[in-house]
Design a protein around this ligand. Structure first.
Ligand SMILES: Cc1ncc(COP(=O)(O)O)c(C=O)c1O
Length: 399
């Protein structure tokens, strides 16, 4: 096996293509897929030394696998993180951070605008183990400050948030976490490391659903946790080894190879999304368009300061409610109706009846999720075709 030399000095695009590569004796150019659960040894002393931690090497793919290691090393290089661990899904990553580091009596502060399953973990699962939480408006720094108690151990937020694309002030919130002796975990799924690197603003932990833009083609589930060495050794590593939310080497290989084109794809997603957002803002029947890199976004300056592009998601509100939103969805001829995002294919969802349907109407109102709101994950098609589809769907009669 050979590893890359001088890789620490490589720029991000070189890291995306070559970071973390380990070559076997065959000197393959494309990273190898090690679809194995176990490893064999020449003598019994070898596994003994490895299990004692006295010798490097793989022992079992729940603990580590060379393809997974390559994916982890490449993600760490792209996020500017000391350590990375891959998981079976984004939710496995989020849950592992919470469950590995918190204990009964601890307190979490989390931004209201978070993925529905994350909210279930915070408010239902953690509560069962005596871990309390306070939900705040993630864009309001004073609300984060006010929520801190002596028991606060973890802050959690998603930026841009789903589906309102609200932007949280990473530097400001990381500073508050530092002063409180807590860690800030950021869900970076909507931006990906190609557009935003939260650790550069002081975040302590970054999580990903690599199912989204990292895969980029809607094929395979995966997740990633980026963190510092102390968090890995004291909390995460023993939890992952023993509870087993392990990514399949095949999915890790797909996502590793997808990183090679991540920044090219994200640039195209951003260009297409901005074109679609600008088009929608001019259309009759569209009340409001939300896109972080449009100057009418409430946190436009903050988005420009901490992101390299506005991302691939555009949210808009129609004049009208669920009937109008469903009529538009029914009339689509190109864009698919789907609650997933981060695919090369454009996908549209109605958050109030899908991703945010478990929230009460009052909670949805607090978040700004109306019945007339639609979210588009803008793909890599020609944006003129996407706009044509939206134009004809907006004109379609309500049936
Ligand atoms: C922002 C965000 N975080 C986390 C997740 C969970 O990821 P996964 O579906 O890979 O478990 C999702 C999935 O939709 C998401 O959109």
């Amino acid at each position: 096996m050979t590893t890359q030399k001088d890789s620490k000095n490589w720029r991000p695009q070189t890291q995306a293509v070559r970071g973390g590569q380990i070559r076997t004796a065959f000197q393959e150019t494309s990273e190898a897929l090690f679809l194995t659960s176990g490893y064999a040894y020449d003598a019994p002393e070898e596994p003994e030394a490895r299990f004692k931690g006295e010798q490097d090497g793989y022992t079992y793919s729940r603990y580590g696998n060379p393809t997974v290691t390559m994916f982890e090393a490449r993600m760490a290089a792209l996020e500017g993180a000391p350590c990375a661990r891959a998981t079976a899904s984004g939710m496995a990553a989020v849950s592992a951070v919470f469950l590995s580091s918190l204990r009964s009596g601890d307190h979490v502060v989390a931004a209201r605008a978070m993925f529905g399953a994350c909210r279930f973990v915070v408010e239902d699962i953690l509560a069962r183990f005596g871990i309390t939480s306070t939900i705040v408006d993630g864009t309001d720094l004073e609300a984060w400050q006010r929520a801190i108690t002596p028991a606060t151990k973890l802050f959690f937020l998603e930026t841009p948030a789903n589906p309102t694309l609200a932007i949280a002030d990473l530097r400001g919130i990381a500073d508050l976490a530092d002063k409180a002796g807590a860690r800030l975990m950021v869900d970076n799924a909507f931006a990906s490391p190609a557009l935003q690197r939260p650790m550069a603003f002081g975040a302590h932990i970054v999580v990903h659903s690599s199912t989204k833009y990292i895969d980029g083609q809607g094929r395979a589930m995966g997740g990633m946790i980026l963190c510092h060495e102390d968090f890995l050794t004291q909390h995460l590593q023993p939890f992952l080894r023993n509870t087993g939310p392990t990514i399949s080497p095949f999915n890790a290989w797909l996502h590793l190879k997808s990183l090679e084109t991540l920044s090219l794809r994200m640039r195209a997603h951003c260009d297409n999304a901005l074109a679609v957002a600008n088009f929608l803002a001019e259309q009759k029947g569209v009340r409001r368009v939300l896109y972080p890199f449009r100057p009418d976004h409430p946190q436009y300056d903050l988005a420009r300061a901490q992101m390299d592009g506005g991302g691939g998601v555009v949210t808009f509100a129609l004049d009208g409610a669920k009937d109008e939103a469903f009529a538009l969805l029914r009339a689509l001829k190109l864009i698919d109706i789907s609650n997933n995002l981060g695919d090369a294919k454009s996908l549209m969802t109605h958050p109030a009846t899908t991703t945010h349907s478990k929230l009460s109407p009052e909670e949805r109102a607090k978040l700004g999720v109306s019945d007339g709101m639609l979210r588009i994950s803008v793909g890599l098609e020609d944006p003129a075709d996407l706009c044509d589809d939206l134009e004809q769907a907006l004109k379609a009669p309500r049936v």
